[in-house]
Write a protein that binds this ligand. Structure first.
Ligand SMILES: CC(C)(COP(=O)(O)OP(=O)(O)OC[C@H]1O[C@@H](n2cnc3c(N)ncnc32)[C@H](O)[C@@H]1OP(=O)(O)O)[C@@H](O)C(=O)NCCC(=O)NCCS
Length: 118
């Protein structure tokens, strides 16, 4: 996501409290995502597939796995701060845009969420 930035720029508060998922192909890490569950709500951060492997279904498989995992934890909602230019990707997985938008590091974001109905 930030291939040219130092680690201090990338680290977020509470990163160490997340559950970190990786999708591996032949022992090579291809896609990553981190999950934070609090008050029956699951936030995921930093979903990313390595540049050369994008568009091959890996990020989607990892996100589907994360959704199933979070549903198993009985959360009511899964949400993320989505880059606006990635909105259509999340729509494919049942996420909906909210009215919450912001700009960080010159990138437009929209909060997207998926309610879990039982
Ligand atoms: C966004 C990202 C994680 C998607 O991962 P990926 O492994 O390339 O995605 P997949 O190949 O699994 O795509 C799954 C589906 O979403 C679609 N898709 C992928 N990127 C898309 C995009 N930017 N806009 C719309 N659809 C997209 C694919 O075409 C595919 O559709 P299909 O199932 O109908 O064929 C990846 O592009 C990435 O790492 N980007 C840089 C980091 C980033 O921006 N992360 C998201 C921050 S919000």
């Amino acid at each position: 996501m930030w291939p040219n930035m130092p680690i201090d720029y990338i680290i977020l508060p509470n990163d160490e409290q997340g559950i970190h998922f990786g999708l591996f192909v032949n022992n090579t890490l291809i896609s990553v995502v981190s999950l934070f569950i609090e008050n029956k709500e699951a936030q995921f951060r930093k979903l990313a597939t390595t540049n050369l492997e994008q568009g091959k279904g890996y990020g989607g498989r990892l996100l589907s796995h994360l959704i199933t995992y979070a549903e198993g934890k009985k959360v009511n909602k899964i949400w993320c701060n989505a880059r606006v230019d990635k909105k259509d990707f999340y729509l494919k997985f049942g996420f909906k845009s909210t009215n919450t938008v912001f700009i960080k590091h010159k990138i437009d974001y929209v909060v997207m969420e998926k309610m879990i109905i039982r």
